[in-house]
Design a protein around this ligand. Structure first.
Ligand SMILES: [Fe+2]
Ligand SMILES: [Fe+2]
Length: 261
């Protein structure tokens, strides 16, 4: 089975690039498409209209992250949105689910979204314990974990802790693709960060002009999460042995295009 995991889709450029790039991967025989959707609507959250747009464009599962409910309407529609997986290790009661099993051509595929802790302001339960608890009952052979975290070492350690217990630990949140994709000793596919779909020459999704205005000159300009320009598409393709649930290969995919040109 081949599963494509698409990094954080950011704003209008990200949505445009998704619809440009996915059809170009038709000859890769992809069975299931997962995408991180925490930045889809102006860089923060996922509106209902944009959720529907991603699904219409071929995304079959949407994982989230620390921005999962920045678009507050998600709390009204997430329970009916069977494709969305929000962070598992939130404190308190929240709508939606943090782990879900999808039927992929008759084969169960579990997808889980976990928030990291280092340099992350969100209060969450210990991510290692949260996934460990889940694995007490979750027995699907194929299990892809989106580990949404800032620290590369935390992401590495998380993957080592669950090597051989899940199919893949794929990092999101930094919006910068890392060149360390590989299969760990006991068969778990790993990449510190899958990267981002959106503006290429910006600052993790927003335009560099806006970012410089804020960070260098201290101007209180609003973040232009829907900025246009040359776009990039970052994703990772997993080839998985359906019997064992172990990854046979992990491959980084990158495209760029001036879709607004
Ligand atoms: Fe993100
Ligand atoms: Fe994030």
């Amino acid at each position: 089975m081949r599963i494509l995991f698409i990094g954080d889709i950011f704003g209008a450029s990200g949505r445009g690039m998704l619809s440009y790039a996915l059809p170009k991967l038709k000859d890769r025989h992809i069975d299931f498409v997962i995408a991180n959707g925490e930045n889809v609507s102006g860089g923060r959250g996922l509106s209902k209209a944009h959720y529907k747009e991603l699904i219409a464009n071929g995304v079959q599962c949407i994982t989230m992250g620390n921005h999962w409910r920045d678009e507050r309407e998600i709390e009204r529609y997430i329970d009916a949105a069977s494709e969305i997986v929000r962070p598992l290790n939130l404190i308190g009661y929240h709508r939606g689910v943090g782990s879900k099993v999808f039927d992929v051509n008759g084969v169960p595929v579990r997808v889980t979204n976990v928030l990291g802790t280092a340099f992350m302001p969100e209060a969450v339960t210990v991510p290692f314990l949260a996934l460990n608890d889940l694995l007490g009952t979750a027995k699907e052979a194929i299990h892809v974990v989106d580990y949404h975290a800032e620290s590369s070492s935390e992401k590495h350690l998380f993957a080592y802790a669950f090597d051989g217990k899940v199919t893949a630990v794929l990092g999101t949140h930094t919006h910068v693709a890392t060149a360390d994709s590989r299969i760990l000793e006991k068969g778990t596919a790993y990449q510190t960060d899958v990267g981002m779909v959106g503006l290429r020459d910006g600052a993790i999704g927003i335009s560099k002009e806006t970012a410089l205005d804020r960070f260098v000159y201290g101007r209180n300009v609003s973040l232009d999460g829907d900025a246009f320009g040359l776009c990039q598409f970052c994703a990772t393709l997993l080839d998985i042995d359906e019997k064992t649930g172990r990854a046979r290969s992990i491959e980084r995919i990158y495209m760029e295009e001036d879709i607004h040109g």
